[in-house]
Structures are given as structure tokens and as C-alpha cells.
Ligand binder design. Structure first.
Ligand SMILES: Nc1ncnc2c1ncn2[C@@H]1O[C@H](COP(=O)(O)OP(=O)(O)O)[C@@H](O)[C@H]1O
Ligand SMILES: [Mg+2]
Length: 246
């Protein structure tokens, strides 16, 4: 991917991002800030057109697969004048498929994330973690095969973030989407994923693809396992992060 500025200056931010994701697989992406992770997700989501190479979803280009892909951003971006249920249903309204069935599914999703009793509430009545859960429901409501998440818990405090990691593991185990999860927290990346892709920068490229074979479902104690610490240390080493700081 090369960005070209108005004055004609070009900046290649991604080169050599060659990887596959299996159906139902959870893949984390970690890398330095400015390494091109958001750019990569935007390309896969169809928001941005890559200048070279191709992205295939079941053998089709992303433009034809748009309906199968949903994205969760760092900020929940809920519409303040709509209640939570109406926010979750928004993508279905865009598709003119806001049917009774879609509504029932939206309520089920809110139930799944522990917000079954908050369907008629508004976002200002929710905590940051709850708002982010609503935005995850909004991403899931259209039954996407692929869920792209760009530092979705980056704005949350550490305890809420831990809780969201558990929630996400549970949601993923129940819905089995392919997930591509960008984070700057290496422990979070390892704890959630089947595989961790490490992105080196300038230009961004995949420098390692690390399998995480820790048993599931993962618990709080999984974080104290030697295998977990070894994986975290390995990724830190690849990114040049000082041990103990992440
Ligand atoms: N729309 C854009 N136009 C030009 N350059 C951009 C644009 N978006 C991102 N970049 C540049 O691409 C590089 C990668 O950015 P980004 O994908 O946001 O990285 P990350 O998400 O890993 O922090 C950065 O150098 C950034 O300045
Ligand atoms: Mg980013």
C-alpha cells in the first residue's frame, strides 16, 4: 500500500503482508504505532483500496465480499439519539433488512454481551466498556463471517479491558467468526489468539506468524503459565520491546 500526498510525495506503508486466515480462526496483529495495522484492516474491510496485491475472501475480492465483513473501531461511535437496540440495528437498516427477525437477533446479541436489560437505554447511560459491547453487537448483527477489530479496548481501563477480553473470548466461542484483532498490548494479543502476526514497520510487513497453542477456554490463570510468558517474551523480542514493559 502506497499513499500519495497531494504534492505527489509517496509513502509506502505496507509491503509483504502475505497471510491466510482460516474460517473461525482468531488472529491477533501487533506492531509499532504507525506500522500500517489500521491501513491493513481498512484494506481488508474495503474502506481503502490497496495499490498492489490482492485480498481474497473465499476466493472473491473484498468488494464482492463486503457483506461478510464487519469492523469494530477503538471508539464505539454510537449515535446518541438512538437507543442501544436501534444502534445495533443500524447496519440492517442500511441494508433495508431491519425485520422482526433482525430485531430478535439484535436482542439476542445484547443478551449475549450481558446487556439484555439495556436495549432501551441510550449510550450516555452506559460505561465505556458497555458502549464497546454495543458496538460489537452492531458489528455482529449482519452475521459477518469476518470481524475486524482495531484496538477495540484501547480506550478502556485495565480492569474493564480484562473483562472485555473474557467477553470477547466467550462471544467468539459462541459465534465462531474469523477475527482479525489489532492491539498494542502483547499479552492481550497472545491471550486471545490462535495466531499472532507481528508487523514490522517502515514499510509494514509480517515479520512473524506465531501459533498460540494454549488450551481453551483460557482463564485468568492462563496468563501465569510458562508457555504464555514465553510467547509474550518472544513477541516482545521481535518488536524490540524491553522485557516487562508492554
Ligand atoms: N490516509 C492516509 N494518507 C496518508 N498517509 C496515511 C494515511 N493513513 C495512514 N497513513 C500513514 O501510514 C502509516 C501507517 O498508519 P496506520 O495504518 O494508521 O498505522 P498503525 O495503525 O499501525 O498505527 C503512517 O505513517 C501514517 O502516517
Ligand atoms: Mg492504528
Amino acid at each position: 500500500m502506497t499513499y500519495t500526498a497531494r504534492d505527489g510525495a509517496s509513502n509506502t506503508v505496507l509491503r509483504g503482508c502475505d497471510f491466510d486466515i482460516a474460517p473461525g480462526e482468531f488472529v491477533s496483529i501487533v506492531g509499532q504505532s504507525g506500522g500500517g495495522k489500521t491501513t491493513l484492516l481498512k484494506i481488508i474491510s474495503g474502506l481503502l483500496e490497496n495499490t498492489e496485491g490482492e485480498v481474497l475472501v473465499r476466493g472473491r475480492g473484498v468488494k464482492e465480499a463486503l457483506r461478510d465483513i464487519a469492523m469494530v473501531f477503538q471508539s464505539p461511535t454510537l449515535l446518541p439519539w438512538r437507543n442501544n437496540l436501534a444502534n445495533v440495528l443500524l447496519p440492517m437498516e442500511f441494508r433495508r433488512r431491519s425485520t422482526a427477525e433482525a430485531r430478535a437477533h439484535a436482542l439476542e446479541l445484547l443478551e449475549l454481551v450481558g446487556l439484555g436489560d439495556k436495549a432501551k437505554n441510550y449510550s450516555y447511560e452506559l460505561s465505556g466498556g458497555m458502549q464497546q459491547r454495543v458496538s460489537i453487537c452492531r458489528a455482529l448483527v449482519s452475521h459477518p463471517e469476518i470481524l475486524l477489530m482495531d484496538e477495540p479496548f484501547g480506550a478502556l481501563d485495565a480492569m474493564t479491558r480484562d473483562q472485555m477480553n473474557f467477553e470477547l473470548q466467550r462471544i467468539w466461542q459462541e459465534t465462531r467468526r474469523s477475527v482479525l484483532f489489532v492491539t498494542h498490548s502483547i499479552p492481550e494479543a497472545v491471550w486471545l489468539a490462535d495466531r499472532v502476526l507481528v508487523v514490522g514497520d517502515r514499510p509494514g510487513r509480517i515479520i512473524a506468524d506465531i501459533a498460540v497453542d494454549l488450551p481453551r477456554p483460557r482463564s485468568k490463570d492462563s496468563r501465569y503459565a510458562d508457555e504464555f510468558a514465553d510467547l509474550v517474551a518472544r513477541v516482545e523480542g521481535l518488536l524490540g520491546v524491553e522485557a516487562g514493559i508492554s
